[in-house]
Design a protein around this ligand. Sequence first.
Ligand code: PEP
Length: 255
Amino acid sequence: MRSYMVAGNWKQNLGPAEAAKLARQVSMGLLGLDLKGEVLVCPTYVAIPAVAEIIKGKKTLLGAQNCSATGAGAHTGEIGVDMLAEAGCTHVIVAHSERRADSGETDDDFVNKINQVHAAGLTAIFCFGELLDERKAGRERDVVKAQLEGVLPRLASATPQNLVLAYEPVWAIGTGETASPEQAQDIHAVSRELVSGMIGAEAAAAVRILYGGSVKPSNAEDLFGRADIDGGLIGGASLKAEDFLGIVKCAQAVS
Ligand code: PEP
């Protein structure tokens, strides 16, 4: 049986002081909960040490929003996974649509990054999902298939433990428009089927597939209650402790 994950992607928000404050509110809010899944926060790089200090020994996990595609060396401005691990991260988000769009990252980059993450013993959260035009053209299944096929079969050591998938339709990210639970479940089921052909039926049944795109406390329970939706990757709503904790409670309610 898959347990849920609720992951907060804080994006380019909150410096060390503000991030520490939010991390404290989140970890305090989780104190009284008998967690049936995992709760993760992903601050900016510079806020990672401050957040790590706050959540040490608590139930909140720590992730990074990105990492270098290579090992240590002459790569100005990059941050390697070993450094992230040393700073307390256990997870790294890879292939977020904002990195695909803003930084032109490709399947090769994603493969290299995820392989780096796995070599360091960390878990990768691999994001995929179609653009609005692609959805309007009825091409969402083809897009998702190409994104999964371009990366998953090329991973050196992926397991359901060190890989989490996150379906994030780009038209639903930060727009306030959410995929309906039916639309999301449809793509999650298709994705699980596709993944089965790539990493095997047993691994596909065990791998978690999160939904991301304007998840809020008001819609989370309906989304997370669907058979193939194993929690969420949360952007905007993860910046307010009350909303993020509300979403965690929705995951708890359907687990
Ligand atoms: C995200 O950026 O991964 C995301 C899902 O953002 P939002 O929840 O704001 O749509």
